[in-house]
Design a protein around this ligand. Structure first.
Ligand code: SAM
Length: 294
């Protein structure tokens, strides 16, 4: 369906705001926020310090998940009467796991011009700095809170060829990585991107089998805001990689057996492909030898 833009109506601007560093508000965002009639934001108390910092004194209107239907209708009426409106969220780009979808839908259906003022977005910032392929990626938002549903989601994504990106809170990040390690192959790379643009910005790259251990070992690493990136399966499928469980079995067997026997038993016990188990056994034995020579 094509929506004609009404020339007499105002414009709805979607303005990205910083994800932690106040200096990251883009120049055009400041100009637009100073010029609009009203700024819709998730929480007026949260946005006021940012706006004060830039000398922006426009009226604020709260638009959050509990009132967005009613407020969106009111804002569309104001836009139709010729007012200009900016939508911001607490942090980053509006609508990316933030309110605004009903407002944008309704504005577009009413023929109102919707114009983005791009800027910070945690998933894009994390992806660019992660060293993972950025030409194709799948953003999955927050994984489900319950472990069973989370594992089911990971199961459905384990052969996904694109880089996977998730948001996660500090309360669940360790559990989520533990669940991911049960489903994705042990050697899949993962990047934990934490507190981006802030004082304790950290990007840690590791294998998925080790990721939860890194958080368990360091309480500081469990604090703040997180983006998790999991390497896609690329051209491989999970059938081309050993699972976490298969690696665990192989490691155990290698402690008591020759390489050849450990590989044979791993294949028999876990159904791993022989050549994959063999390659992994060579790698694990080399790592072990390197460690004992230090
Ligand atoms: N609209 C925002 C955006 O454009 O990124 C996302 C809002 S969502 C409600 C908040 C989540 O984004 C956080 O729980 C965290 O997963 C991620 N996030 C936001 N700021 C971040 C930062 N500075 N570093 C890492 N992750 C961040």
């Amino acid at each position: 369906m094509r929506h004609e833009t009404r020339a007499t109506a105002g414009v709805l601007y979607l303005v990205a705001t910083p994800i932690g560093n106040l200096g990251d508000l883009v120049f055009r965002a400041v100009e637009v926020l100073k010029a609009v009639d009203v700024i819709a934001c998730e929480d007026t108390r949260h946005s006021r310090p940012l706006l004060d910092h830039y000398g922006i004194g426009k009226p604020l209107l709260a638009l959050h998940e509990h009132n967005e239907d009613a407020i969106s209708s009111r804002l569309v009426d104001r836009l139709l009467s010729g007012e200009t409106v900016a939508l911001i969220s607490d942090a980053g780009t509006p609508l990316i796991n933030d309110p605004g979808f009903p407002l944008v839908r309704r504005a577009r259906e009413a023929g109102i011009r919707v114009s983005p003022i791009p800027g910070p977005c945690a998933l894009i910032a994390a992806l660019c700095a992660s060293g993972m392929p950025g030409h194709r990626f799948a953003y999955e938002g927050f994984p489900p809170r319950k472990s069973q549903a989370r594992k089911a989601l990971f199961e459905s994504l384990k052969d996904e060829p694109r880089t996977l990106i998730f948001y996660e809170s500090s309360h669940r990040v360790e559990e989520t990585l533990r669940d991911a390690a049960e489903i994705f192959p042990h050697t899949r790379r993962v990047v934990i991107a934490r507190e981006l643009t802030k004082r304790y910005e950290t990007l840690v790259e590791t294998q998925i089998g080790e990721a939860a251990l890194i958080l368990a070992a360091d309480p500081e690493m469990r604090l703040g805001e997180f983006v998790l990136l999991i390497e896609g399966a690329g051209d491989r499928s999970t059938a081309d990689e050993l699972t976490h469980e298969q690696v665990r079995v192989l490691k155990l067997l290698l402690t008591e057996n020759s390489l050849k026997t450990a590989v044979r038993l791993t294949v028999d016990i876990s159904g791993a492909r022989r050549e994959l188990a063999y390659q992994a056994a060579l790698r694990l034995s080399k790592e072990e030898a390197d460690q004992s020579s230090v």
